[in-house]
Design a protein around this ligand. Structure first.
Ligand SMILES: [Zn+2]
Length: 96
């Protein structure tokens, strides 16, 4: 092998619909979320790249609205998704 030939990234966009896709966030909702947070993490106030985190998992809804989401930094999102405390915090934010 001479030279380096990076493999193109595979495209995962054609999978059948998953629960994750049913909770997909539209561009409009992302914009609303950004307008609400102003780019600051809604838990710790850190400024920077934010994730849209689902507060509750109401998959019966056809569409995820801005009220179903929190704008969280990478660290708070990991905490919320991966710790018991974080998941309970998310639930409380959802009022459920
Ligand atoms: Zn944060």
């Amino acid at each position: 092998m001479i030279g380096f030939h990076p493999v193109p990234k595979p495209k995962y966009k054609r999978h059948k619909k998953t629960a994750k896709q049913r909770g997909a966030i539209s561009t409009k909702v992302r914009k609303q979320l950004y307008e609400r947070s102003g780019g600051y993490c809604e838990r710790c106030g850190r400024y920077g790249h934010l994730h849209a985190a689902h507060i509750t998992r109401r998959w019966k809804l056809k569409e995820t609205t801005v009220n179903d989401l929190l704008h969280l930094c990478v660290w708070c999102h990991m905490w919320a998704d991966n710790t018991k405390e974080g998941r309970e915090w998310l639930r409380r934010r959802g009022g459920g």
